[in-house]
Design a protein around this ligand. Sequence first.
Ligand code: CMC
Length: 376
Amino acid sequence: AETTEVKKGLAGVVADESAISNVIPEKRALYYRGYPVHELAEQCRFEEVAYLLLYGELPTRAQLEAFEQEERRQRELDETVHHLLRLIHTDAAPMDVLRTAVSLIGANDPEATGADLDTIRRKAIGLLAKLPTIVAADRRRRHGLDFIPPREDLTFAENFFHMYFGEVPDPEVVKAFDVSLILYAEHSFNASTFTARVITSTLSDYYSAITGAIGALKGPLHGGANEEVMRMLKPFRSPDEARQWVQDALARKQKIMGFGHRVYRYGDSRVPIMERYTRRLAERLGYQELMAIYDAIQEVVVQQKGIHPNLDYPTGPAYYMMGFDIETYTPIFVISRITGWSAHVMEQLADNRIIRPLSRYVGPPERSVPPLDARG
Ligand code: CMC
């Protein structure tokens, strides 16, 4: 067993088959169920992509209408979730609040365990509908503001702005947000999705899988990076200052948030699409200086390390320009990725085998247990 090769971080390990998304790093391409993600981003609304991930095909107009109706009518939170929001400390991390809320919703769902695929899909649509309400409600109570109830006449993206700010921005801003949701929706066996599949593989319940996935996404090496990107960019007053800082940081071997990717070595397929929308937002809303800082850092990291930005790099500043609080960027990632996670939970269950890898033992060799008084 000692000669067994260890694949640290499961790098390069193909753990299962999946029909949900395909990442082709050499082509810098990403497909959701066969459709190029840039086409989905340009031509679809997030709801259509959510349907595609959950059902396997793009919806017809009638299917989309029925799906939207189902989502829209479940946006309200029940009293237990409102009560939870009153209980949790106002300085609790929004990701912790979201994780706890999903856990509560699961504990209160009488049919949480042993569900068939249709039931899981129904629960997934329920969470998809409620997560934005939780994120917006939590944000408002942290600022001492009143809860704004969801509106059924608004799209998924519009309604989120409405609940968060009390108003819906112009269509270009909404479209940029919608594109970010489409790009965040699914990405094969990333850490949080794999977590959801591991939990599902034990035949645990749907909500446990999602709660675990939220915990995995929170970390700064994964979804937490979109917040860290903005925390990095925000303090600089000029591109020169940013350039100097990033050179020093790289010399200290510090990791630059929003750069690098396990799968993409030549660049993240989603970045050019998102970056286009981020730049348009910057022009429109007057954030050229922020983008100059953004470009300066990117230039240095690419030149000096040959490491390219990942999706979190253009998304961080886009969310900043939209006015979202930095600590809610990763929760926004959750309200999109719930679709990919749920598709993977269903796929795992449809053809399940418990996920249980091996480890190579490197601890002390065999020895006898000494009596208590003979130790030390
Ligand atoms: N800044 C500086 N150096 C880096 C970075 C970075 N962001 N990413 C990788 N490197 C270096 C790394 O130090 C290593 O150098 P060396 O060979 O000298 O030790 C080399 O590049 C190879 O990287 P690695 O650590 O083997 O990469 P990994 O596949 O284990 O980790 C990663 C991937 C995404 C965790 C990592 O690139 C990273 O920490 N990036 C910053 C956090 C981040 O932006 N995460 C978001 C990921 S993508 C979208 C998402 O999930 O939200």
